[in-house]
Design a protein around this ligand. Structure first.
Ligand code: ASP
Length: 404
C-alpha cells in the first residue's frame, strides 16, 4: 500500500481532532495524553539539539570571520523581516480599526495582570548565563545559544588533534539528535490529534467571541499575517534568495502544520531543521546556526500580532495614539517579539511591555485573551516560515546550491 505523505496524515489528524473536540469533549482525556506525550518528546530534544547543532555548526565554520559574517547576515534578515511584519500589521490595524466600538466590558474577566517583568535589558543580561546547567534546566535558549557559540568557537582554537576529536564528537552527536528527531516526527499526526482536540475542547466559546465583535480584530491579524506569509516572505525568497518560494513551501508543509498545531516554534525546531536541511538542501553548517537562533529571536508573526493587539486595545479604550506613540509601539513590538519565548501564548504576555510603554491599562489584555489561542497558531506558523526563509536566504548568499 502506498504510504500517505506526512502532511496529509497531519491534515487528516487535524480534521478528526476538530470533530472530536466539538462532538466528544467529555471524552477528551482519552486522547489528550497523546498530545501531552508528543509535546514532552519534542521538548525533550530541544536543548540537546540546539546545543549540539550550534557547537558543531560553529566549530565547522572554522574562523571568527566566517562566524561574524554569518551572524551579521542572519541578524540583518531577522531584524528586517520582523520590522516589515510590524509595518504590515500597523497598516492593517489602521485601515480596519478593529477596536473602535468594542465593548470594554469584556475585559472584566481579568482581575489583575502584572506587567511582564522581563524588560529588554534583563533579556540582554540573561544572555550570559551564570550557571549553564541552570540555563539547560530552565530552557533559557539565548543563554544556551551564547554558551554554544563560544564553546564551538573555542574548539577551533585548540590543538589540531583535540580540535578534530571535539568537532567529530559534536558532529556525531548532532547526527544522533537529527535521527532521533526523525523518529519523533513519525508520531506527529497522533500527537497533533491529541493537542488540537484538547485546544478545541477548551476554546469552543471563542466562537461566540467571534460574533461578539472580535471578528474584525481577528480579521486584521489574519490579513496582515497572510500578506507577510504569502507575499512579503515569498518575494524575499524569489528576488533576494532567488529560489522558488512554492517549492520551499511544499518542503515546509508538515513543519508548518506542526507549528500551527503546537503553537510553539521551539517545539517545532527539530522538524524545521530536518525539512530545511533534507528538503530544501541548506547545509547543516547554516541551518544549525540560523534556525535555533531564529526560533528564539525571529518571530515575525508575533511581532505583527503585538503591534495589532496593542493598537486594538488603544482603540477600544478610546486612546488617540500620536505618531510618536505608534513609533514606540513599532519599536517595542520588535523588542517584545525578540524577547518572547518560543512557547504557546508567549506573545500574549509580552503585550504588557508595549501597553506599559505607551501608558495603556494592562487589563486591556483581557480583551484579546479569548481569541488568543487560534491567533497563536497562525502567528507561530508565520514565525517558523520566516525562520526557514532566513536559512534559505543566508545559504544562497553564501553561494550554496539548493534543491529548491
Ligand atoms: N507561540 C509563539 C511561538 O512559539 C510565540 C507567541 O506566543 O507569539 O512562536
Amino acid at each position: 500500500m502506498r504510504k500517505i505523505e506526512l502532511h496529509w496524515q497531519i491534515l487528516i489528524a487535524l480534521v478528526l481532532s476538530v470533530l472530536y473536540g466539538i462532538f466528544l469533549p467529555e471524552y477528551i482525556s482519552w486522547v489528550s495524553w497523546m498530545g501531552v506525550l508528543f509535546m514532552r518528546a519534542l521538548k525533550m530534544i530541544i536543548v540537546p539539539l540546539v546545543l549540539t547543532s550550534i557547537i558543531s555548526g560553529v566549530a565547522n565554520l572554522g574562523s571568527a570571520e566566517n562566524l561574524g559574517r554569518l551572524g551579521l547576515k542572519t541578524m540583518l534578515y531577522y531584524l528586517s523581516t520582523s520590522t516589515l511584519a510590524i509595518l504590515t500589521g500597523l497598516l492593517f490595524v489602521n485601515i480596519i480599526k478593529p477596536g473602535i466600538g468594542v465593548d470594554i466590558g469584556l475585559s472584566k474577566g481579568i482581575e489583575h495582570i502584572e506587567a511582564s517583568r522581563n524588560t529588554f535589558s534583563d533579556t540582554l543580561m540573561q544572555i550570559v548565563p551564570k550557571n549553564i546547567f541552570e540555563a539547560f534546566a530552565s530552557d533559557q535558549m539565548l543563554s544556551i545559544i551564547f554558551f554554544a557559540i563560544l564553546f564551538g568557537y573555542f574548539i577551533t582554537r585548540i590543538a589540531t588533534k583535540e580540535k578534530d576529536l571535539m568537532t567529530n564528537f559534536f558532529n556525531a552527536s548532532f547526527e544522533v539528535m537529527m535521527k532521533l528527531t526523525m523518529f519523533i516526527i513519525k508520531f506527529t499526526p497522533i500527537g497533533i490529534f491529541g493537542i488540537v482536540a484538547q485546544v478545541i475542547t477548551e476554546n469552543t466559546n471563542s466562537l461566540q467571541e467571534l460574533v461578539s465583535g472580535m471578528g474584525k480584530y481577528m480579521l486584521a491579524v489574519l490579513l496582515a499575517l497572510a500578506v507577510h506569509f504569502f507575499i512579503t516572505l515569498p518575494l524575499i525568497l524569489k528576488y533576494i534568495a532567488k529560489v522558488d518560494p512554492f517549492k520551499h513551501l511544499r518542503v515546509m508543509r508538515s513543519t508548518l502544520l506542526t507549528a500551527f498545531s503546537t503553537s510553539s516554534s521551539g517545539a517545532t525546531l527539530s522538524l524545521t531543521m530536518e525539512s530545511v536541511e533534507n528538503g530544501s538542501g541548506v547545509s547543516s553548517k547554516i541551518t544549525s546556526f540560523t534556525l535555533p537562533l531564529g526560533a528564539t529571536i525571529n518571530m515575525d508573526g508575533t511581532a505583527l500580532y503585538e503591534c495589532i493587539a496593542a493598537i486594538f486595545i488603544a482603540q477600544a479604550y478610546g486612546y488617540d495614539l500620536s505618531m510618536l506613540d505608534q513609533a514606540i509601539i513599532v519599536v517595542t513590538a520588535l523588542l517584545a517579539s525578540i524577547g518572547a519565548a518560543s512557547i504557546p501564548m508567549a506573545g500574549l504576555v509580552m503585550i504588557t511591555i508595549i501597553l506599559t510603554a505607551v501608558g495603556l491599562p494592562l487589563e486591556g489584555v483581557g480583551l484579546i485573551l479569548a481569541v488568543d489561542r487560534v491567533l497563536d497558531m497562525l502567528r507561530t506558523a508565520t514565525n517558523v516560515w520566516s525562520d526557514s526563509c532566513g536559512a534559505v536566504t543566508v545559504a544562497k548568499s553564501e553561494g550554496e546550491t539548493l534543491k529548491i
